[in-house]
Design a protein around this ligand. Structure first.
Ligand code: DGY
Length: 337
């Protein structure tokens, strides 16, 4: 026995995060490609008497998980979103929860643009076209996309990622409108420095006006199913929907119907409901012509995932020392610890 506390990691994460934890703790890593199933996670935590749980967006951290190890003192999620963690249950048990805000905003905004551009200029279709041996000639009407420059961009949720995403529109001379729970003067001022006059508007108005709609809201009771049949109808047949937020923000059945009936032009999704999306899911029938899809990789750059792992380790170590976490989801969500 070393007398050191144990941190249980549900995934193998960038080594820098593990090294940081090993300076002060014993580390147990679930080495599989997929996250431990819920029951297995409960068993694993109990078995190693974990004092800390290092989790990701793939883990459901509910009361049962929080009660699995009597020694459990802290939870750190390697994510900015914490909808998978029951913060109330954690607070009831005096278990602080850390998260990783800010660090992934630029990387996720980059990826949102990768999806937007791929959808606008039919990049995935073009790739298939060449691989499938269809490229016989330059063609005046082959794979015509839609312009991004001069178009209208609607940003749903102007937080850190939404602002970083909107800022990139400056290079494309776009009109930018946004919706949020209230006008965001600071974010507007930041965007104004880049020559963007971001206009606050209601969601319905934004959907009607925008050629490209990009979602950047956290998942909560207010935002679950935010984009449904009515909203997709407002978007119109030439509009593109980009989602790098959470799959549940969009009603999948309504989206499928809208794609089927050409009520919107394209959906470009990094997140889905369900997630992961089974390979035989009917939504995939629309790819690549109407659907561009990625497996939740918005923050997946070497630099950012490394920083996220280290931030998560720092949150956990602070919590184990009884110090305030550098980034506390518990406090951010306004739940009393
Ligand atoms: C997050 O951090 O919440 C992303 O969805 C995964 O990086």
């Amino acid at each position: 026995m070393t007398g050191r506390q144990t941190v249980y990691l549900t995934r193998d994460v960038p080594q820098e995060g593990i090294d940081r934890l090993e300076e002060e703790c014993e580390v147990v890593v679930w080495e599989e490609k997929t996250a431990p199933p819920h029951d297995t996670l409960v068993e694993e935590l109990a078995e190693c008497e974990a004092a800390a749980l290092f989790c990701t967006v793939s883990d459901v951290v509910d009361a049962e998980v929080l009660d699995a190890s009597p020694a459990l003192e802290v939870v750190g999620t390697m994510s900015v979103g914490y909808d998978h963690v029951d913060l109330e249950a954690a607070a009831e048990r005096d278990i602080p929860v850390g998260y990783t805000p800010g660090v992934l905003s630029e990387t996720t905004a980059d990826f949102g643009w990768a999806l937007l551009m791929a959808a606008a200029r039919r990049v995935t279709e073009a790739d298939h076209y060449v691989h499938d041996g269809e490229w016989e000639t330059w063609g005046p009407k082959i794979l015509l996309g839609r312009d991004v420059f001069d178009a209208t961009l609607g940003v749903v949720g102007l937080g850190s990622i939404g602002t970083a995403f909107a800022r990139r529109a400056a290079g494309f001379d776009m009109d930018v409108c946004y919706t949020a729970t209230e006008p965001k003067e600071e974010c507007e001022a930041e965007l104004a420095e880049y020559g963007i006059d971001a206009e606050f508007c209601e969601l319905d108005d934004l959907l009607e006006r925008s050629d490209y709609v990009s979602l950047h809201v956290p998942l909560d009771d207010e935002t679950a199913g935010l984009i449904g049949e009515h909203e997709l109808d407002l978007m119109g047949e030439d509009a593109v929907l980009v989602n790098t937020a959470r799959g549940e923000v969009v009603d999948t059945d309504a989206l499928e119907a809208a794609l089927e009936e050409d009520r919107i032009r394209h959906a470009a999704l990094d997140v889905t409901d369900p997630e992961p999306l089974p390979a035989d899911h009917s939504l995939l029938d629309y790819a690549p012509e109407k659907l561009t899809i990625a497996p939740h990789i918005g923050s997946a750059s070497v630099e950012t995932r490394t920083e996220m792992a280290v931030m998560t380790a720092d949150n956990i170590l602070a919590g184990l020392r009884g110090e305030p976490m550098p980034n506390s989801a518990t406090e951010n969500a306004g739940v009393e610890e």
